[in-house]
Design a protein. Structure first.
Length: 507
């Protein structure tokens, strides 16, 4: 007789999708095991009057299921890890997880709010104190609408119920975890057919934005699936560990550790997200503690496999660029390509920096606007553009995260400079870089930060000796290309921004 494991989960469509993800992975690693599924309704599902934003709500979506597996020898529980209490119990534990989905939040806003130039208030549905605080602090910089205040409405129910309340109700917006949207859109479960169509309609008929982790970090574990096993059940623990995604597991536990310092739980107005890029661990924290201490942090917290040999007595004149005037190596000359840009349809428009919009092109409503970083997003919003998201200084490859929202491939058109050396197709040059200038003593510097591969190439052609010194750049294509040119891995670092590199140097 085959070994049997029962997977227990909530009965929502999303919970079933996540449980089946786990079951499929277990079977791949352990083909002799037989998987059964059990769907249950938790206290949080049954009592719609519970205030899920209060400290009393801890475990209302997980506690009943946890108790069930504690009393069983052959059951595991599957949770959205963000719902699992921060404080561990002594009878069961999350022992494994799958690779994390997109952890970010999405904000949907009805297009009707754009009919007025200024609103007294925007009404948004979310019960999360974390989401409410981040939206209050940051939304005004990201959308091209003036408003005096944000009013929030409590929200309960599964994803389909929440979106229907948004569409049918009088509120202007709703916040949903992108991982939930992605997983439902890509499931083959027959019972998800209607909600998949409903989500696609919501994307087509409303404004939507993917909120950036730099200023909207999430609840610990958001986008990750928690696989819970009773501590006594060593056989099942060994089985689930065969499918554990170690980086995701490490990152979520780091998030939970950070949150535990502030009390933990869904009642906190704090978000914390940890993820990996270019062999670095990045952390974003944003919120306010119960003692009214504001938390704002976004940067690299750990590097893997690097030994940086930095000059001990480093001085201001040892670094390049040492200020904003030195940063501007090139003279930028805008080129008006509006005749081309105004005709583009059904494409992702990649805004590499704020000056690419100098001539204020008018993009079709079928286009998705994406920026390289948060500053270019804010600048575009000031000009009246609806931006859908940003690479958040992580590089051009982050544009790929949009693809999960659509069944068809959307071409990307990059607004950049003439003779750009990037590899992305469909580039449109909307400015030229001319007359590069460098400080007379640039060869005497020992630490360099490059805004682009072109800047680096231009410098080493003129000053070849600097190639063997210490270099840094952003997280994206420039880093990947400089690694190919600079043979010593310890002589090239990546940073979130020039400002973060400068801070690191000066510290």
């Amino acid at each position: 007789m085959k070994d049997r494991i029962k997977i227990v989960s909530r009965s929502s469509i999303l919970a079933k999708i996540q449980a089946r993800f786990v079951g499929e992975q277990i079977l791949k690693k352990n083909p002799t095991i037989k998987i059964d599924y059990k769907w249950v309704k938790t206290t949080g599902d049954l009592d719609q009057k519970l205030d899920i934003s209060s400290g009393l709500s801890v475990g209302i979506f997980t506690g009943d299921i946890s108790q069930r597996i504690i009393n069983s020898d052959n059951e595991i529980a599957i949770h959205s890890w963000k719902d699992f209490p921060i404080a561990d119990n002594d009878k069961s534990k999350i022992y494994a997880t799958l690779e994390r989905a997109d952890m970010r939040d999405m904000l949907f806003l009805k297009k009707s709010i754009t009919k007025l130039k200024e609103l007294d208030a925007i009404n948004i549905m979310t019960s999360s104190p974390r989401r409410r605080y981040a939206i209050e602090q940051n939304l005004k910089h990201l959308i091209p609408i003036k408003f005096n205040q944000i009013r929030f409405q409590d929200l309960r129910g599964n994803i389909d119920t929440r979106l229907k309340k948004f569409i049918d109700g009088k509120t202007d917006g709703i916040v949903i975890a992108k991982a939930a949207i992605d997983r439902i859109l890509h499931t083959e479960l027959p019972e998800a057919t209607n909600i998949k169509k409903f989500i696609s309609d919501c994307l087509a008929k409303n404004h939507w934005v993917i909120l950036p982790l730099s200023s909207f970090p999430t609840a610990p574990g958001q986008g990750a699936i928690g696989i819970e096993v009773a501590n006594k059940n060593k056989r099942i623990i060994d089985i689930v560990k065969t499918i554990n995604h170690k980086k995701t597991y490490e990152n979520v536990n780091k998030e939970r550790t950070v949150m535990s310092q502030y009390g933990g739980g869904c009642s906190q107005k704090i978000g914390v997200s940890v993820w990996n890029k270019n062999n670095t661990m990045i952390q974003s924290i944003f919120g306010i503690t119960e003692q009214n201490e504001k938390l704002v942090s976004f940067g690299i917290i750990k590097r893997v496999g690097k030994k940086i040999f930095r000059k001990k007595d480093l001085k201001e004149n040892d670094i390049f660029p040492k200020n904003s005037s030195e940063q501007n190596i090139f003279e930028r000359v805008a080129v008006n390509k509006n005749k081309i840009l105004n005709k583009i349809e059904n494409s992702i428009i990649y805004i590499t920096r704020k000056n690419v919009l100098k001539h204020k092109p008018i993009f079709k409503n079928t286009c998705i606007l994406w920026t390289s970083g948060l500053k270019s997003w804010q600048a575009a919003a000031k000009l009246g553009y609806w931006v859908h998201g940003t690479s958040d200084s992580m590089g051009e490859s982050e544009i790929n995260s949009i693809s999960t929202l659509f069944r068809y491939k959307i071409p990307t058109i990059k607004l950049t400079f003439l003779n750009d050396q990037n590899d992305m197709p469909n580039e449109i040059d909307v400015y030229e870089l001319k007359n590069p200038t460098f400080p007379e003593d640039i060869e005497n510097r020992s630490e360099y930060f490059w805004m682009s591969t072109l800047a680096f190439d231009t410098a080493i052609k003129k000053y070849p000796k600097i190639q063997d010194k210490q270099h840094a750049c952003g997280m994206g294509n420039t880093y990947n290309k400089l690694k190919k040119i600079i043979n010593d891995n310890n002589k090239i670092e990546c940073y979130i921004s020039y400002e973060s590199w400068l801070k690191s140097i000066r510290e």
